[in-house]
Design a protein around this ligand. Structure first.
Ligand SMILES: NC(=O)c1ccc[n+]([C@@H]2O[C@H](COP(=O)([O-])OP(=O)(O)OC[C@H]3O[C@@H](n4cnc5c(N)ncnc54)[C@H](OP(=O)(O)O)[C@@H]3O)[C@@H](O)[C@H]2O)c1
Length: 231
């Protein structure tokens, strides 16, 4: 099959938006690697998706784990078409910027910003073997700077602002790639809570479009619902 086979890796794919993105990509004919730090949850998600899915253990906050995952993936496939940096956490509340601890800041930045940077850097050689490589960074409108902050989960928002910087830098460094940030909207997941207006199917839609169907020359942008939005 070699390069005719479309291959994607989604991090944090054991549940929530990441799982749904992986499921939709598999339905589109992608061979999908289910990136998860928790082996039991990752394998169970992989089974739910079926034959198009393969589990890949990866903790995006741990450089060693990322390197081991890249080595394992390189033994299974000869290229990677799509990396979806989806894994993310929120550890702070509304007033956290005045009470923020270095530990909260470091944990959030390590997972939400440094993680995607390390994953993109480490998997970039395998992506470069694709004829149309794509990196999709799952960000948040909470990271936008253009209209000021509203105080909600500030450490998380700073991490997504930083992630958008990572997107911009990788787009500049990798002109053959499509590298974009995307906001899924407010989605009903463990992170988004039950009051969120969007289903996981709706949240995944814009991510899957960037991963599979958007023009390859659309790069270095921040999008929501297939439209470019301000940084
Ligand atoms: N839900 C929303 O309304 C919303 C809005 C804007 C942006 N987003 C973004 O969308 C993405 C997915 O969020 P979600 O709502 O689906 O959240 P979720 O249901 O809490 O899922 C988060 C996923 O990330 C994984 N994860 C966290 N830290 C990880 C690490 N160090 N290594 C590997 N995996 C890790 C989790 O794994 P475990 O199960 O092991 O914890 C889980 O699979 C995140 O980047 C989030 O910031 C969400």
């Amino acid at each position: 099959m070699a390069k005719l086979e479309k291959i994607a890796l989604v991090t944090g794919a054991n549940k929530g938006i990441g799982f749904e993105v992986a499921r939709q990509l598999a339905n589109k004919g992608f061979r999908v690697f289910i990136g998860a730090r928790n082996e039991k949850a990752g394998r169970s998600a992989t089974e739910k998706i079926g034959a198009m899915a393969t589990f890949l253990k990866i903790d995006v906050s741990d450089q060693k784990s990322i390197q081991e995952a890249a080595r394992e993936l390189a033994t299974a496939v000869d290229h990677l078409d799509v990396l979806v940096n989806n894994a993310g956490i929120i550890v702070d509340g509304d007033d956290a910027i005045l009470k923020a601890t270095p530990e909260q800041f470091e944990e959030t930045m390590r997972t939400n910003a440094l993680g995607p940077l390390m994953v993109a850097e480490t998997f970039q050689p395998l992506l470069a073997k694709s004829s149309a490589p794509r990196i999709v960074n799952v960000s948040s409108s909470g990271g936008q700077l253009h209209d000021g902050a509203d105080g909600w989960s500030p450490i998380y928002c700073i991490s997504k602002t930083t992630l958008n910087g990572v997107t911009s830098q990788f787009a500049a460094a990798l002109p053959k790639f499509a590298v974009n940030s995307v906001c899924p909207g407010w989605v009903r997941t463990d992170m988004g809570g039950s009051s969120a207006p969007r289903s996981v199917e709706q949240g995944a839609e814009g991510i899957v479009w960037l991963a599979a169907d958007a023009p390859q020359n659309l790069t270095g942008k921040f999008l929501q619902d297939r439209k470019v939005i301000p940084w």
